[in-house]
Design a protein around this ligand. Structure first.
Ligand code: GDG
Length: 483
């Protein structure tokens, strides 16, 4: 057992490398995935013994020379980092091109935003081949590989072909769309992407719907049936199942009492005393439903003039994918909408929207989660949506209301939220009012139910669940192959 190694594979290595003048700095990332893996390795005794070494494979987003320099400055870590390099042209067509202008819009049900560009597809396959090459150099039979997300759909099959004995898990962080949407891709791509994913032993999704869509695509396109979510293919058994990603509940719950969080909360509540506070934070993305959210807020104010000067909407938008025009266009649209609303509805004493186009620190974010009266989360589509879960976990005081889009994977679990259809701005406006007027005991009851769910199934449980199922299917597969 001790000689098995774990390889985590994601598009990016979990760090940012910055160059200022001649100085390079390496800032470790604190995203959901690294938290999950760190916790898994740290907390579970059985698992801590399981892997003799852990590798992280991904793109450093700098050139090989800069990486060699940056690698000297890496803080001590439990991971051995394996960088993957491609030319900047290939990277652009793989990342901005096929990953984010084909798969991302299509899988989020934006077919009219989807580009079908053969050269981008080739670069996507080429970039995946670069990942495979980097990994094959190090991996050996028996190692465990966990591949993450839509950037790397073909990778499992590439690895399987080179090293059939690997244990491979694949997890998709975004929705898997229905057959009718998926089949808009050219037939060759449909087949290659599905076969790519089936190179894994375990394929995981956030929700039962995404799982069902994938199984239907595999049946309709590849003609492969499943028996209780297990597909037999090329003398292997492949399990397909649901693993709703979660968050580090304790980190957010304990964050409530963190000194800087208390400071931020107090500051915000003092600044907006006698006003209700609505809050949202998202990466800038057309999937997150910000325009609809703004329209609904406008409607809410028009219909409920008693809230004039009695409410503020703190809207944080974090820059994202700035190399893609669909994203820069969004920024312009938001700026215009917010400018118009503030200038026409506000006055010299009151601005209905406080808008920040920049990220906030963890402490500021939890300060905002816990200072607000209502979190307004309205994606048009979202694989899961961790912000909803983080808001709930942060509310140790059991105050505050979650308004959540039913198009987010999180709505499947957070059933005590006020759910809305993000396309129905009337409904969103009504729920804002309902949320702001909700009695305290109802808020408490709703939050308690959601917090219990998140306490039980936190990010650690998510990772344990995935690894357990991966090992189980591998065992089953061995018995099946012996027969
Ligand atoms: C993809 C899927 C799925 C955001 N702004 C700041 C900040 N964040 C952190 C949040 C949260 C994360 O970023 C965003 O996660 P989401 O789940 O909301 O959205 P995506 O980035 O689109 O993630 C999504 C997820 O993968 C996981 O599988 O849920 O559906 O699209 O953790 O806290 N953190 C800080 N400052 C910010 O300004 N500190």
């Amino acid at each position: 057992m001790k000689s098995r190694r774990l390889f985590i594979i994601s598009n990016r290595l979990p760090m940012t490398i910055q160059k200022e003048g001649n100085e390079l700095t390496v800032i470790p990332s604190a995203g959901g995935l690294i938290t999950a893996i760190n916790n898994y390795l740290k907390n579970s005794k059985a698992n801590a013994n399981e892997f003799s070494e852990t590798f992280w494979v991904g793109m450093p987003c700098c050139n090989p020379a800069a990486w060699t320099e940056a690698a000297k400055k890496l803080p001590r870590s439990k991971y051995t980092y394996l960088p993957v390099f491609t030319s900047s042209k290939t990277y652009d067509q793989y990342y901005n091109g096929f990953s984010n202008s084909t798969i991302w819009p299509l899988f989020h049900y934006f077919p009219s935003f989807t580009e079908y560009n053969t050269e981008n597809y080739h670069c996507y396959v080429q970039a995946n081949a670069a990942f495979a090459k980097a990994l094959i150099k190090y991996a050996r039979p028996g190692d465990v590989i966990w591949i993450h997300d839509y950037h790397l759909l073909p990778l499992a099959q590439m690895l399987r072909t080179a090293l059939p004995e690997l244990t491979i898990g694949f997890f998709l962080h975004i929705p898997f769309p229905s057959y009718e949407i998926f089949r808009l891709l050219p037939r060759k791509w449909q087949e290659e992407l599905l076969y790519g994913m089936l190179g894994a032993d375990l394929v995981g999704f956030h929700t039962i719907d995404y799982t069902a869509h994938f199984l239907q695509c595999v049946r309709m396109i590849l003609g492969l049936e499943h028996d209780m979510h297990v597909i037999e293919h090329e003398n292997r058994l492949i399990k397909v199942d649901v693993f709703p990603i979660s968050i580090d509940f304790d980190h957010f719950n304990n964050g409530y009492d963190h000194e800087q969080v208390v400071q931020t909360r107090t500051l915000i509540q003092e600044k907006f005393s006698h006003k209700k506070i609505i809050f949202s934070v998202d990466r800038l993305d057309y999937t997150k439903g910000v325009s609809n959210r703004l329209r609904a807020y406008e409607l809410f104010l028009q219909r409920n003039p008693q809230f004039k000067e009695k409410v503020v909407f703190i809207l944080v938008i974090v820059p994202s994918r700035e190399g893609i025009s669909k994203y820069t266009e969004r920024k312009k649209i938001f700026d215009e909408m917010i400018g118009k609303m503030n200038s026409t509805m506000g006055n010299i004493h009151w601005q209905p929207i406080i808008y920040q186009y920049n990220s906030v620190s963890f402490e500021e974010m939890v300060g905002l989660y816990t200072a607000c009266d209502l979190a307004l989360i309205t994606p048009l589509r979202d694989g899961m949506n961790l912000v909803a879960k983080e808001f709930v976990a942060s509310r140790k005081d059991k105050k505050g209301v979650l308004v959540l889009s039913e198009m987010a994977g999180a709505a499947r679990e957070l059933t005590s939220a006020l759910t809305i259809n993000p396309n129905d701005v009337d409904e969103v406006a009504d729920k804002i009012l309902e949320g702001l007027e909700m009695p305290e005991d109802e808020k408490m009851q709703r939050l308690e139910a959601m917090r219990n769910r998140l306490k039980q199934y936190d990010v650690q449980a998510w990772a344990v669940d995935f690894f357990n199922q991966l090992h189980q299917i591998k065992e089953k597969q061995r018995a099946f192959q012996v027969k």
